[in-house]
Write a protein that binds this ligand. Structure first.
Ligand SMILES: Cc1cc2nc3c(=O)[nH]c(=O)nc-3n(C[C@H](O)[C@H](O)[C@H](O)COP(=O)(O)OP(=O)(O)OC[C@H]3O[C@@H](n4cnc5c(N)ncnc54)[C@H](O)[C@@H]3O)c2cc1C
Length: 409
């Protein structure tokens, strides 16, 4: 069977899966498509769940990638509230939670990831929340109101975005971070310090180098966070934001190669040629850095959806993108291009105190990544410099009076 009339089955109706099915139709694929998702909703965007949606600045409809009718109108058999349970590669079938079995010619695994649980006593108390889905966000929102105190465990981007949203909604927020600084895994010290100060100035409390002993509760409901030094910090709710794990078990159990996600190539194809994996469940090549990585971002999910749609419809693979990402907190827009792999020094352009600056991570005179705060030209041109691997004059880059266009020329 040619891929033109193949049955494409997509597991996971999230950002990657939802984008893929739309792209397949856009690229003229006319064969049957089935998309199975374990949530009640059609594919939607998650980034606003910790930002605009949480603050009440965006409604549920605006989260949807496409209106629900789109799927029926485009002959996409979308099955919500059903999860894929197991995969039999020899038979090319997937077992579903409703007891049925689906046969595929081409399978695309787009099952995303799930938040890590807090490995501490009290983690199962009511009011201990995580944030991945719209349902999670709905629960969290109920706790973000004046007079409530939210404890946020984990000083990563999701935790910080929720802290900013909590303050905007009038709730008190404390961020607990085990490392001596926030964003310790993802950002350099300059950026960590900047965000810590910015949040503190807006009323967020930080417990850095925090050693939490347990979560404590009353009548089964969270009431506080007990620290190893004996203090109990009262909390009406706890948000656990300590990273996540790719949903790759179905693939691993079926014998596909996995390594912190399902291992794929530049077409997003797994070790089985009939099976692709896209989005947060995948572990993918990063051609600009000559290594494998799981970027856990919307742009990465979109790029891989394009790779698969191209492979299925016989188009050339899209040109590899420089990875990028963003975070919105208060009036700050952080835009990140590239990954700081192999960087040997950083260069700060502009003054962090002005709230408008960029941090370039460099290997010699080559930009490996840029973190730009309210600085779109630095982000845009930085991304370009990473893509074309052009060396830069460091003195000019360090001088904000020299435009980024001139730096990149
Ligand atoms: C609160 C929040 C804020 C974020 N902010 C940003 C941001 O600012 N910028 C950015 O680039 N990225 C951000 N992200 C990350 C971004 O949302 C993800 O990278 C993106 O959603 C990945 O798409 P995906 O399709 O791989 O996963 P998802 O969108 O999570 O979709 C996977 C879907 O598969 C379902 N599923 C899982 N297992 C099964 C199964 N066995 N059977 C059927 N269905 C299954 C899941 O329930 C889910 O619906 C954020 C994420 C969150 C949670």
């Amino acid at each position: 069977m040619s891929s033109v009339d193949a049955h494409v089955v997509v597991l996971g109706a999230g950002h990657a899966g939802g984008t893929l099915v739309a792209l397949l139709r856009q690229y003229g694929f006319a064969g049957p498509i089935t998309m199975v998702g374990d949530e009640p909703l059609a594919p939607y965007q998650r980034p606003p769940l910790s930002k605009a949606w949480l603050k009440g600045e965006a409604d549920g409809d605006s989260l949807a990638l496409k209106p629900l009718e789109f799927y029926a109108e485009n002959q996409i058999d979308f099955r919500p509230n059903i999860s894929a349970v197991s995969l039999k590669r020899a038979e090319k079938t997937v077992a579903l939670s409703d007891g049925s079995t689906l046969s595929y010619d081409i399978l695309v695994i787009a099952t995303g990831m799930r938040p890590n649980k807090l490995p501490l006593p009290g983690a199962d108390l009511a009011g201990v929340l995580s944030l991945r889905s719209a349902a999670d966000a709905e629960q969290l929102k109920g706790h973000l109101k004046p007079g409530h105190h939210i404890a946020i465990i984990g000083g990563g981007y999701i935790g910080l975005e929720v802290a900013a949203s909590a303050r905007a909604l009038g709730a008190e927020a404390t961020v607990f971070e085990r490392e001596p600084r926030i964003l310790s895994r993802s950002a350099c010290e300059v950026l960590s310090t900047f965000f810590t100060d910015y949040h503190r100035a807006r009323g967020v409390t930080f417990e850095l180098g925090a050693h939490i002993e347990r979560l404590v509760g009353e009548a089964g409901k969270i009431s506080g966070v007990k620290m190893a030094d004996g203090r109990v910090i009262p909390a009406d709710a706890v948000l656990v934001g300590v990273g996540g794990k790719p949903n790759d078990e179905i693939a691993a159990d079926a014998g596909l190669d996995t390594a912190r996600g399902i291992v794929v190539d530049l077409e997003a194809r797994t070790s089985d040629p009939s099976i692709f994996a896209i989005g947060d469940c995948s572990h993918r090549p990063m051609p600009h850095y000559d290594r494998m990585f799981g970027p856990e971002s919307v742009p990465s999910a979109l790029e891989q959806a394009k790779q698969v749609a191209a492979a299925i419809t016989g188009r050339p693979a899209p040109t590899p993108e420089v990875p990028w990402n963003w975070s919105d907190q208060y009036d700050l827009k952080l835009q990140i291009a590239g990954l700081p792999f192999d960087a040997d020094h950083i260069l700060v352009r502009g003054d962090p105190a002005s709230g408008k600056f960029a941090i370039f991570h460099l290997k010699g005179d080559q930009v490996q990544s840029v973190e730009a705060v309210n600085a779109p030209p630095e982000y845009m041109m930085g991304r370009q410099l990473i893509g074309n691997r052009k060396p830069v004059n460091l003195d000019r880059l360090a001088d904000p009076s020299v435009s980024m266009k001139e730096v990149a020329a």
